[in-house]
Ligand binder design. Structure first.
Ligand code: 173
Length: 329
C-alpha cells in the first residue's frame, strides 16, 4: 500500500497542486484575449481598407491570446456618416474614418484636415494629446492613430474652368470642402463616397472633392474630365476607438495596441508614393490637369486654409484656436 506512505501522499498533493496551478493559469489566460470589432467608413475594396487589412492580419497573428481585431465591414455594415456615432456609443469598438464623416458627433472632427505637420510631429508637439483630450471629452473616443497623411484634396470637374471660380457649378462635397467651395461660388451637395459615381453619371453634379489618391477605387475616372491643381489640406483617415472599450483593455493589451498603431503610422511614407502613382494613373486615364498661375495657386491654397480655420474657430471657439496653433507649421 504505497499510497499510504507520507511521501507518496505528498507527491500526489503536489500533482494536484500542479494541475490546479496549470488550469488556474490557463483559464484566465484565455479569458484575457479580447476581440475588438472594427468597421470602415470607406469602401471595403478601396486602397485604405486593403492597407488596413494587411495590418489587421499582422495584428491578429502577433496578438494571439492577447488582442484580436474582427473586421466587420465597410459602409454596407454601417453607413459612412454613422460610423462615428457607432464608435461613440460602443456599437463597434473601432472605426476607420475621417473626421468629416462624424461632424454629427462634434465639429472638431473635421479640423484634422488642417494639420500641416506629420502625425509623428503631432505626437511630439502636444497636438496628438490635445486631440485625444477633445475626442475623449466630446466624442467618448480614443484617437488611436492616423493611417493616412500626405494626401492633399483636389477638386475634380467635368466642366473646364480657367480661374478659381465655381459660380454655377454643382459640386459633391463632404464637410471637408463645404466652406471653401462655397466661397468659390459653388452650389454644393453632400454625399458619402458611395453615391459619387451615380451623382456624376446622372449629371446631378459637375464635380467633386476627393484626395489625390483613390478615384479609381470606385471607377470615378470613367466620369471625370479634369483635376484642378494645386491640392489643399491633408486627407486624414484615422483609427478611433470607443473610450469605454479602450479603458477596459488590460495594460498589456493597451501596450500591444499602441505598438501596432505606431507600426501602422510608421508605414505612412507609402502615401507619397501613392500620390505619384495615382497622379500618373489619372493622366493615363485621360484626366486633364487644370492649373492656375503661381499667384492664383498661392491665393487658392491660402484661401482654403483661411476659410478652413475661420469656420473651425467659429464652430469651436474653445478648441479651434488651440488646434490652429498646434497643427500649423
Ligand atoms: O471626400 C470625402 O469623402 C472626404 O471627406 C474624404 C476625407 C478623407 C479621405 C478621403 C475622402
Amino acid at each position: 500500500m504505497n499510497s499510504f506512505r507520507p511521501d507518496a501522499i505528498l507527491r500526489k498533493l503536489a500533482c494536484v497542486a500542479l494541475f490546479a496551478a496549470a488550469t488556474g493559469i490557463s483559464l484566465p489566460a484565455q479569458a484575457q484575449e479580447t476581440t475588438l470589432r472594427l468597421v470602415s467608413a470607406f469602401a471595403e475594396n478601396g486602397y485604405y481598407v486593403l492597407h488596413l487589412q494587411k495590418w489587421i492580419t499582422k495584428f491578429n497573428a502577433e496578438g494571439r491570446g492577447n488582442l484580436q481585431i474582427n473586421f466587420i465591414g465597410g459602409p454596407k455594415a454601417i453607413p459612412t456618416f454613422e460610423v462615428g456615432n457607432a464608435v461613440k456609443t460602443g456599437v463597434v469598438d473601432i472605426g476607420l474614418s475621417t473626421g468629416a464623416f462624424y461632424t454629427n458627433v462634434m465639429p472638431e472632427a473635421d479640423f484634422l484636415k488642417l494639420t500641416q505637420i506629420s502625425v509623428a510631429e503631432q505626437r511630439k508637439n502636444g497636438a496628438f494629446n490635445y486631440i485625444n483630450q477633445v475626442w475623449n471629452q466630446k466624442a467618448n473616443m480614443q484617437y488611436l492613430g492616423r493611417m493616412v497623411e500626405n494626401q492633399p484634396f483636389h477638386l475634380y470637374l467635368n466642366k473646364k474652368i480657367d480661374k478659381p471660380d465655381l459660380t454655377g457649378l454643382k459640386i459633391r462635397i463632404t464637410p471637408v470642402y463645404r466652406d471653401f467651395f462655397q466661397a468659390l461660388g459653388a452650389n454644393v451637395i453632400t454625399t458619402p463616397p458611395g453615391e459619387v459615381y451615380t451623382a456624376l453619371e446622372r449629371g446631378v453634379v459637375d464635380g467633386y472633392g476627393w484626395p489625390i489618391g483613390g478615384i479609381f477605387d470606385l471607377n470615378w475616372q470613367e466620369k471625370t474630365k479634369f483635376r484642378v491643381d494645386p491640392g489643399f489640406y491633408d486627407a486624414e483617415v484615422s483609427l478611433v476607438m470607443n473610450l469605454d472599450a479602450y479603458k477596459k483593455l488590460s495594460p498589456k493589451q493597451r501596450d500591444y495596441l499602441q505598438k501596432q498603431v505606431l507600426f501602422l503610422e510608421g508605414e505612412n511614407s507609402i502615401w507619397a508614393t501613392y500620390t505619384t502613382d495615382e497622379t500618373a494613373r489619372q493622366a493615363k486615364a485621360g484626366i486633364q490637369t487644370v492649373s492656375f498661375d503661381a499667384a492664383q495657386s498661392k491665393a487658392y491654397r491660402e484661401k482654403a486654409y483661411d476659410i478652413g480655420w475661420a469656420s473651425a474657430i467659429k464652430a469651436s471657439p474653445e478648441h479651434g484656436p488651440k488646434m490652429k496653433a498646434l497643427f500649423s507649421k
